[in-house]
Design a binder for this molecule. Sequence first.
Ligand code: 5GP
Ligand code: MN
Length: 320
Amino acid sequence: MKKILEELKDARTIGIVGHIRPDGDCIGSCMALSLYLKHNLPKDRTIDVYLEPIPSKFLLWEEAAFVKQTNDNHIIYDYFIALDAGSKDRLGFAESYFNEAKIKVNIDHHISNTGFGDINLIIDKASSTSEVLFDLFDENKIDTEVAKALYLGLIHDTGVFKHSNTTEKTMNIAGKLIAKGISFSKMIDETFYQKSYIQNRILGRTLIESILVLDGKCIVSSLSKDILSLYEAAPADLDGIIDQLRITKGVEVAVLLYETRDQEFKVSLRANGDVNVSKIAVLFGGGGHVKAAGCTMKGSASDIINQLTNLINEQLEINK
Ligand code: 5GP
Ligand code: MN
């Protein structure tokens, strides 16, 4: 595994990309790898990070200001590394750099990862891409800034160490990162639990409009474009809502839809029990993990809900 980092020592130009609508693990892993390389490779190397706009709560490093948000830079990278992206279409505007790069690297932890790199490191047992990176790094060379980035990834993909992807190893890594002197309480409050007024209002609206189906085993809620604009809510304001739906007593699967354009919805799926939601998301061109997955679907909200609940019901019947 460590060989990948050895190879990077000889690269002159390295590009790093996360996935569209970047979350805590995506941003954490991109910042961690770029800072680790910048702090440990000779200064003449080009190390660029490409990400869609980073929500302000995740702007925890001065270097985040240098993250590139356009692909008008004409450069063919020696190495281009995709982090936390289950498939190539998740790379967004920076996909062209990936396609043109001399060596394409794909580092991830999604069970549905399509293996789209020349070098693929997919550890589906890892809680997060940040956990995969920790194993690649030399522990002694992880400084506070890198530790902060890896810790951000761990807390966001594990729901602050509560999801079933949290392992003894995850906790051991978290302990080692804390020992580097990061302000973890502040980070957890400010990036995970704190909600803006807009976020609280759209959360309330989503919960009040939710419906229970399949004998109370499935909860569904959907947000139209009109509702999102009524509350002035952006997609990033919906983070965490699916988890609130999921913890409803008796629920095995939670489904959240929000309209991205006319008759097109982003779908989030979460499972408590034995339903494999990644299988369902993959059917619609999406992916994710066994208990947390997503996809984009076209059609009316009611048609999409029908299709999804039929598939969820099939699995519930089989598991009976
Ligand atoms: P979320 O519901 O939070 O958007 O995503 C849950 C999980 O599913 C994440 O790990 C995310 O990477 C994955 N995921 C969500 N949407 C998509 C998608 O459209 N395609 C793929 N391949 N994975 C997705
Ligand atoms: Mn992740």
